[in-house]
Ligand binder design. Structure first.
Ligand code: 5AD
Ligand code: SF4
Length: 465
């Protein structure tokens, strides 16, 4: 049986693509392994979102040169966003690289493997005019599943490489999505996360058009409370009252939204071409909180975008305080090929970016700790998954519906159980608790955390947020 070492960088879409690659190559007889020294095929599924992510790929690739010299017949391929972005240039730069495959061409991998003597390339010339054919998925987890509902992006934020690497926005027919989720439910999956670059603009181009909320309602109906449903990442401009009501009302839908803001300054948002201003974003947050008061909100923030002044940055910190985020991914702006921001004047020096990032992280720690402390003494629903213990597999762990990681003590539970845990400790990134009851198959959902209980207060809501 040939052996495959698969290395994944980047976002959830890439994680899912790797599961598709594993499924596709399992059909060709490949077995997934951990140790690259034993591999017959090494695939790097790559990310181009920031320069650092891209550099990581090159340095890892460099370490395979020796391996390739030692082991005759070893083949090395690059997939994903760096593959799409760099194409032939990768084959030129790395003579020991066998093939390059863009994120929309994964199903070409078996064909490329069939011609060992030739170096191959399969990338989209005009990226993204058809939905990528869905390979069979070999999932890492038996509890949580990613489900792609749309691919690509039409927004072209001025810092972002995604529209160039993953192509234009296209949605998957809703029947296919429903069918996949029905099967996941039958197989015993307890949570699905719907994936798309701007997931809540789903369905616009379908014939007949289907809205994201219609899709959520259909999914809620078929999973009937047995599966938690999440989605990522929505775009603020497409957050509607209907969506807020769906989050508040559909039992399967979890009370967490990851709503990337990127900046709190109107001028920077305009230069980023985000399609909303500070007030509009805060109105969306207020709408969500009014309908679903217990909602946890996380975000993405970029510091040091070209032209960002100290005042702009202070606006971002102010917005973070106003919203009172539960969590955030924060990044220093990184110039990317093809993107308009690369050419913009007033690039911010690295030291200033670094200092701003540190400041923003310190504030986030404060805010998320405050949010997490609000759970002290409360009992919450936890989906047990030792993956959330990050390496310490002796420890019980899982996530609440608000996507908080909980480490807890107790016994008699296994991964995939829905249990109740009383929270007795809080840090910025985790909650700690004790098992209260472990009815593995009880149907819980919205009623369980009790929307009327103070847990649904928003302790950090300040000002207009
Ligand atoms: N530099 C820094 N961060 C970026 N992101 C996207 N492009 C860049 C870039 N050029 C961040 C955004 C996005 C997240 C997935 O990555 O915050 O929401
Ligand atoms: Fe990139 Fe903007 Fe599209 Fe998000 S919405 S994928 S940041 S271009």
């Amino acid at each position: 049986m040939p052996k495959l070492k698969l290395i994944t960088y980047g976002c959830q879409a890439n994680e899912l693509d790797s599961e598709r690659i594993a499924g596709l190559l399992a059909q060709e007889g490949y077995e997934l392994i951990e140790r690259e020294e034993e591999a017959d095929l090494i695939l790097l599924n790559t990310c181009a979102i920031r320069e650092k992510a891209e550099q990581k790929v090159y340095s890892r690739l460099g370490t395979f040169q020796l391996l390739k010299r030692r082991k005759k017949g070893l083949r090395i391929g690059i997939c994903g966003c760096v593959a799409q972005q760099e194409g032939q240039a990768l084959l030129n730069r790395f003579p020991y690289l066998d093939f390059v495959v863009g994120p929309g061409q994964l199903t070409s991998i078996p064909k490329l493997l069939d011609t060992p003597a030739k170096r191959g390339i399969a990338t989209a010339r005009a990226p993204g005019f058809s939905y990528p054919s869905i390979a069979p998925v070999q999932r890492r987890s038996g509890i949580k599943a990613w489900v792609s509902i749309m691919e690509g992006c039409d927004r072209f934020c001025t810092f972002c490489v995604v529209p160039f690497t993953r192509g234009r926005e296209r949605s998957r027919p809703s029947q296919d999505i429903i069918e996949e989720i029905r099967n996941l439910e039958r197989q015993g999956y307890r949570e699905v996360t719907l994936l798309g670059q701007t997931v809540n603009s789903y369905g616009k181009k379908l014939r007949p058009p289907t809205s994201f909320v219609e899709l959520l309602r259909k999914i809620d109906h078929i999973v009937d409370g047995a599966v938690r449903v999440r989605f990522t990442s929505p775009h603020p401009a497409n957050v509607t009252e209907e969506l807020a009501e769906a989050i508040a009302g559909l039992p399967s839908l979890c009370e967490h939204i990851h709503l990337p803001v990127q900046s709190g300054s109107d001028e920077i948002l305009r230069r980023m071409k985000r399609g909303y201003g500070r007030d509009e974003y805060l109105e969306k947050v207020a709408l969500l909180r009014a309908k679903a008061p217990g909602l946890a909100i996380s975000t993405d923030i970029i510091v040091g975008f070209p032209g960002e002044t100290e005042e702009d940055f202070q606006d971002t910190l102010g917005l973070m305080r106003t919203v009172g985020y539960d969590g955030a991914f924060m990044f220093k702006y990184s110039p990317r090929p093809h993107t308009p921001a690369l050419e913009m004047s007033a690039q911010v020096p690295e030291e200033i970016k670094g200092r701003r990032l540190e400041q923003a992280l310190a504030l986030l720690n404060q805010l998320s700790l405050e949010r997490n402390r609000a759970y002290l003494g409360r009992t919450v629903e936890v989906l047990v998954d030792r993956e959330d213990a990050k390496g310490d597999h002796a420890r019980l762990a899982g996530r609440t519906r608000q996507n908080k990681i909980v480490h807890f003590f107790g016994g008699g539970v296994v991964d995939g159980d829905l249990v109740s845990v009383e929270i007795c400790g809080a840090s910025p990134l985790h909650l700690q608790g004790e098992l209260v009851s472990s009815q593995a198959s009880a149907r819980r959902g919205k009623g369980f955390d009790n929307p009327a209980a103070p847990i649904y207060d928003s302790p950090n809501r300040r000002g207009e947020g």
